[in-house]
Design a protein around this ligand. Sequence first.
Ligand code: ZN
Ligand code: ZN
Length: 353
Amino acid sequence: MANCAYKRAAELGADGALFTDGINRMYLTGFPSTEGAVLCTEDETALLLDMRYALSAESRGLTGVKVVRSESSLTADTLSYARAKGVKRLIIESTAVTVYELERLGAAFEGIELIPVAGICGEARQIKTAAEVACIKKAQSITDACFTHILGFIKGGMTEREVAAEMEYFMKKNGADGLAFDTIAVSGVKSALPHGVLGDDVLTENAFFTMDFGARYGGYCSDMTRTVVLGKASDKMKDVYNTVLEAQRLGVLAVGDGVPCKAVDAAARDYIRSKGYGGYFTHSTGHSLGLEIHESPACSPKSEGVLKAGMLMTVEPGIYIEGFGGVRIEDTVLVTEDGCEVLAASTKELIEL
Ligand code: ZN
Ligand code: ZN
């Protein structure tokens, strides 16, 4: 993977690339740390770490990565390492370096030209390796197990917070490194808020309850949404639910290698519109994910991207009716040569608890 970073740097006339962003450091080396620097040059990927992390990284035996101990200042040590490697023109990440850091690096790296560039790893990160897919599948299996568990846990009189806490505990207890993002667990009229914040609200009877959640495994995220009904669903609730369910099915069906992202969005959106709910689907149909929960590309009406085999995408249409409630159904899929593989195993049929 480091070669992809160096290759891109060389295309831009540089002889090295410096990564300070934590996610890209993790991507290039497989080693998570709160601080550090990755220097990609023609012949190596060097991971500079202070002593809090260096020993642990060394003992892990990272493939294709040289761990360099920083025993004084990380910036000074990175500079002297870059000088020793003969770097003259160095790419830095314009989206990760602050104005303050740019000024500081500029002063410290005197004699080396700094070239700020956005998204050096961006394109490579879109296509997942088999190892990355395996991590996401494991995260998804924890997420599916969590859904099964929580269906047997939810009872009338519980609060959103109680349910979410149980979900989070279950995922961590069953192998998750952590959460992919803050769990969304919103009931009743709050389910009409696509990113509603859970609280001490008691679950509303005979109303929608939306859970959007995911685990993190090996640094990689899963993402799934299921909407259930606590009690009985009315005819209107069933109509809304089944409309989202069919839109989600059509969205998944549209996914494939070479398909424009906006075509996936249109497949789901056009169906919802045809059922008269067009004004209530207020967000994009999906997004890519990996080390971050929201990655590029997205499937929205304005997306210019094209899906490629090896991408991981969510398909998550929804209908949100203020004062009534909302439904979202979300799966993560792996784009393949001839369509896609749905990673989620959890049922999407309407569940009345
Ligand atoms: Zn989600
Ligand atoms: Zn999502």
